[in-house]
Design a protein around this ligand. Structure first.
Ligand code: DON
Length: 306
């Protein structure tokens, strides 16, 4: 069935604008609090290379934790199954910056999307690669098909100055033997990764590769098998929204990943990838309007994976 995605995105934009103005822009990273709260953009691209967009879909924003999917794809490509000795694959049921489980679970983070898990993934990249930063940017540029992708050093510095919990995660894991590299090196790389800026279009393009089984997954030399891509999607579905992952599966029904910059990227395998951006977050750190837009999208198109 051919779907009029452009008409559907326009309907979603109208419905979203009529909603109460709920949520708060992330303010624990001071630089992110400066973003205009009323931004809204959405871009959908299909496996047939069609593109549909509304609003601020070509404006760069801080992808934050969405970047954890890219670094995970690289680390999984490098280590294969050995990666899961260092980080688990279970939902945490806790916020992204919670430290409680890390002590009694011996410094093995529940999954690669909570901050502690993403920091282990960075540790792997620093150990395995000669020039991890160059490789990260080569990988994200190849995934998005755009050379115009870099990070915002002011946001990275702002995170560094306020990221006391992230520092605590690294030291706790180092004490428990699950971190090899120096804490400062890991944190500097992690903040660069989180402060990468992309447009909804670029994010949708990059995520489409997780949904197109017809094409080999290989970007800048980092390749994944079809089975590994399936596993990344499973992790996004079960852990991509932290302690709101159940709600996202329940209401949206796609594999996806959020970031505190207000972005969400999601995949409907074999058909489309979509990215949405609206900076105001709910108390779980996920974009209020982003979440709702995707719920409207899968309802209107009947395109949930379930
Ligand atoms: O470390 C942090 O807190 C941020 N750089 C990333 C957190 C984030 O995006 C959580 N996702 N919703």
């Amino acid at each position: 069935m051919t779907m009029d995605y452009q008409k559907i995105l326009q309907e979603i934009e109208v419905e979203i604008n009529a909603l109460p103005d709920d949520g708060t822009v992330a303010n624990y990273i001071p630089e992110l609090a400066k973003v205009s709260p009323d931004r809204f953009g959405m871009h959908l691209t299909t496996v047939r290379n069609e593109h549909y967009a509304v609003g601020d879909s070509e404006v760069k924003f801080s992808i934050q934790s969405i970047s954890k999917v890219f670094s995970l794809a690289m680390a999984f490509s490098l280590l294969g199954e050995k990666l899961w000795k260092r980080v688990g694959v279970e939902p945490s049921g806790n916020p992204f910056n919670s430290i409680v489980q890390l002590e009694y679970e011996n410094g093995i983070p529940r999954n690669p999307f909570v901050n502690a898990g993403a920091l282990v993934v960075v540790d792997v990249l620093l150990s395995e690669l000669k020039d991890p930063e160059a490789d990260l940017f080569a990988f994200v540029r190849s995934s998005t098909g755009s050379n115009d992708v870099s990070y915002n050093s002011v946001v990275a510095q702002s995170e560094k100055e306020t990221g006391h919990l992230n520092t605590a995660f690294v030291h706790m894991m180092k004490a428990k033997g699950n971190i090899v590299n120096e804490a400062d090196e890991i944190l500097d790389f992690y903040y660069k990764q989180c402060s990468i800026e992309m447009t909804c279009r670029e994010l949708a393009e990059a995520f489409l590769h997780f949904g197109d089984n017809g094409l080999a997954y290989n970007h800048a030399g980092f390749s994944l098998t079809t089975s590994q891509v399936k596993r990344l999607n499973a992790l996004m579905l079960s852990c991509g929204f932290y302690d709101e992952s159940g709600q996202f599966a329940f209401k949206v029904g796609l594999a996806g990943k959020s970031g505190v910059g207000g972005g969400i990227a999601a995949v409907y395998p074999e058909e489309f990838a979509v990215a949405v951006w609206s900076p105001k977050l709910n108390e779980k750190g996920n974009s209020v309007r982003g979440f709702h837009s995707l719920e409207l999208l899968t309802t209107k198109t009947e395109s949930s994976i379930f």
